[in-house]
Design a protein around this ligand. Sequence first.
Ligand SMILES: *[C@@H]1O[C@H](CO)[C@@H](O)[C@H](O)[C@H]1NC(C)=O
Length: 320
Amino acid sequence: MSGQIDVLLYGLGAIGSFYAFVLSRSENVRLTVVARSNYDAVSAKGITINSENHGQHTFHPYRVVKSPAEASPVDYVVCAHKAIDQEEVAAQLKPVVEEGRTTFVIIQNGVGNEVAFRNRFPGCSILTCVTWVGAIQISPGIVNHTKSEDMQIGLYPNTQIDDATENQHLKTFADLLKHGKTRFKVLDDMQVQRWEKVVWNAAWNSITALTMVDTQTWLHSSKDAEPYTRRLMQEVINIARGCGVNLADDLIQKLMDKINAMPGIGSSMQTDCKNGRPMEIDVILGFPVRKSKELGIPAPYLESLYLLLCAVDGRIRAAL
Ligand SMILES: *[C@@H]1O[C@H](CO)[C@@H](O)[C@H](O)[C@H]1NC(C)=O
């Protein structure tokens, strides 16, 4: 690889810091990070990763800024922020975007995450990703990463841009991931991956956040809890199919086997709720619920969870 590649990373939590580390392994990457609560720590001491796969590393990004307004246009904008207020974030990123040059890389849970960026910057390529990295920020600028590490990445196709250019945008970024020695796979159709993970998240995130119990405690809380969960998952699968995303029939059983092979777990939404932080309800439930209405696909279980979570989220936001 040759030629300098300017990258701005927005959302310097555990996942963002992990991918900042991966990108920092390429000498031709000039990395700017947008840091908020960890700005002072990261400016002074850089970012430290303790990884069971990669060992311990400390690195200093080229620049640490508090807002995209302090930076100039880049080749890649990596969005690893919590998926709330997507429209607002897209608006804030305007100073670092140059249509025809900038490509977005979205590393978030949920579906429909790309829409705000496509609408605001119709001339940009978007790479959409699902990540399976297990990491936590144990103190500002210090991230512990377990062995869990994988990513699926692919285009969110832009019909305004020719295929060769889009594929080059994808290849250049995939080469950075490869050089950064992280596990990943390039896929042709990312929407299957995104929706599959949403089937999981719509069930477990919502239920654990609303009940404040773990997954196993929920499943054993009444004889109808498991059938309820399966029907909820079926609703999301039906909506995905309505959107042209063909999820396999046996997904529900696979996800139930997976959850039953684990000890009871909470979720990021449960943690956010406990800590009085806004939750990722729009990309995990809101978008599917809107699609169900547009397409006339009934989803009463999903919609009820969404409405209850909207009220809880509203209470949390009012107290901020
Ligand atoms: C983070 O990782 C370091 C190095 O492996 C370890 O000493 C420390 O206990 C870990 N901290 C937490 C909170 O897991």
